[in-house]
Write a new protein. Structure first.
Length: 138
């Protein structure tokens, strides 16, 4: 576990930050469009990035609006899956003293990097999502 300790700490901190960010917006009632955005890309270019809208997508998922979440940003579904799975996986690995998360992360990274058959569709999906964000003027 020692060799992957940094990965686990980074993922745990990022997960907690994401939960705090979503919780802040959920409990403050900030579900609607606002002129403020933390997206540096959108602030500088005026064009939304592929991940713009994920917070709103997650907030819609929390309220049960799956269709709305997909329409805002389909990557919100993936983010929800990661945020629901990651903390439990980290805790499980700590208790059973295994590196299953780190091994899965490295295995996935290696497969994506080594096989264009996997890499290219992922890039195409990201570009399609970006086009979708631009088209709907997110």
């Amino acid at each position: 576990m020692k060799s992957n300790e940094n990965l686990y700490w980074i993922l745990a901190i990022l997960s907690m930050a994401a939960y705090a960010w979503i919780g802040f917006h959920f409990f403050s009632g900030e579900f609607q469009e606002t002129s403020f955005t933390v997206c540096l890309f959108k602030n500088f270019t005026g064009i939304p990035c592929p991940s713009c809208g994920i917070t709103r997508s997650l907030l819609l998922l929390i309220t049960g609006d799956i269709y709305g979440a997909i329409m805002v940003n389909p990557l919100g579904l993936f983010a929800a899956l990661v945020l629901l799975t990651l903390p439990f996986w980290i805790i499980t690995d700590i208790f059973i003293r295994k590196n299953t998360l780190a091994r899965s992360f490295l295995w996935t990274e290696k497969r994506i990097k080594s096989k264009k058959i996997i890499y290219m569709p992922l890039v195409a999906l990201a570009l399609l999502n970006w086009g979708w964000n631009i088209l709907k003027e997110l």
